[in-house]
Write a protein that binds this ligand. Sequence first.
Ligand code: FAD
Length: 497
Amino acid sequence: MKKKTVLILGAGPAGLMAAYTLLTESKDYKVIILEKEPNVGGLSKTVNFKNDKIDYGVHFYRISDYKEVNDIIYNLFPIEDRASIQLTEKQKKNYVSLGNDQNNSDSIMLINKATSNIYFNKKFYDYPIKLNLDTIRKIGFVNLIMIGCSYLKVLIHKVEETNLENYYINRYGKRFYEMFFLEYTKKVCGVHPKDINIDWGKQRIRDTSLINILKEKFFSNKIINNEPSLINEYYYPKYGSGEIYEKLASEIKKLGGKIIPNSYVKQIEMEANQISNIIYNEQGNIKNMKIDYLISSIPLKRFISLIKDDTLDKQVVKSIKQLPFRDLILVNLVLSKKAMLKLENYKKIKENSWVFIQDPMVNFGRIKICNNWSKYMISDSDNDKLLLTLEYCYSKNDPIAKLSKEELIKQVKKELKYLDLFPKDGIKDYRIDKVKDAYPAYYGTYSNIKELKKSLNKYTQIYFIGRGGQHQYIDMDKAMYTGLIASKDIIKKNNYK
Ligand SMILES: Cc1cc2nc3c(=O)[nH]c(=O)nc-3n(C[C@H](O)[C@H](O)[C@H](O)COP(=O)(O)OP(=O)(O)OC[C@H]3O[C@@H](n4cnc5c(N)ncnc54)[C@H](O)[C@@H]3O)c2cc1C
């Protein structure tokens, strides 16, 4: 039987998992990935910064709800000391510890404590917020009363969940939400939570609430939080998040798949809803390709411009093109540990993996303390190198988008000084990365997302996967799962033929 050709757009977690699934589950497919960048991993890649390795900001793994994804990922990268990890009953079902102990291998997941803080009103709070004396002291009597009253208010009378603000208020009360969620959400999304669809909250905080925080206080060993960002420990590949995708890519190549970097589709020609021809740019050369299936993990709003189909509703095309995204600037800083240790605020956060910055005077939303993720990624012969990554989210017209590198570093210094995190001997080195389409946003034409996606259902050969492809604020595991499901569906379809 002649192999069917599947073209995958994007070699991020979703695209790679789609390719891996097709090639491991069947011999009937010729798999080609076109990746516009020189390297694989998408938003989850790891890059070199001189002699060090860095990710695109905070990127941790946990036991996923998707067993099939766990089976693949934790087989390639076993958790270093599996016996020591504490799992919920649900996690146990989704994660089967694998027999062979690979503790000496480089392809392992380290177990890290998810220590994290949130900075609000010039104070650092434990994150997830812990109800202890220290927190109560920092919150202060007046705020405590306000938190209690506003939470009681929603317990008696829930507000209608018409937007993200109300979603938060129903779970935390207004005051708690204002203190610990409002400003960070504004930084990431670029608009007020009143203008954001509640889907963002469902994706981000699931079923956590103030009552869970109270339960955690009184039954702490029984409750394991379900919020994606509220975890006790996380797993992290020894040489960075992107190692997983480099390994997946090498497995794909071994299985006969082709990954073509620096390449992208220019046009998808359609005839009667079927793909008739693909015009693409392969490393500078324009070529044509006939394919049987197309799996796209590239942002939906960019994909739509590639489709050449006069029957597609013009208003649908316009709305998809307007789906909002937030871009990201990552400022990676090399500082002196010794100099930083003289700063009181650094001493407070030095054990953290990351710190959320709620303060509206500071434009970055989160700091990653890279040293606490994997010592293997930082070359530090005199034990004095501190690597921090600051995450700035922005949209095209935001003032920060127009700053030169020098102006940006000037702003970084000002903001670090404000936080008392700027050492006397200054910044030793830096690297700035600009990442387009980092956060699918949930406002504007997103309100019609279901209908917009439905209008593309007529293309039965085309699958939309991953964070950009589905325009969903999803993590790596879910992105991979969407790729896995798409490939399984293709295989199922052909088995029935
Ligand atoms: C700052 C930040 C922190 C995060 N932290 C975590 C975390 O801690 N844990 C977690 O699980 N998830 C985290 N995520 C989410 C995670 O990065 C994504 O879920 C994941 O990378 C999505 O994978 P994907 O393959 O769907 O998309 P992407 O990673 O975006 O990959 C898409 C690929 O398509 C390529 N591409 C785009 N356009 C084209 C084109 N026209 N032609 C060819 N190729 C193209 C891109 O170059 C890219 O390689 C974080 C995301 C961000 C931005």
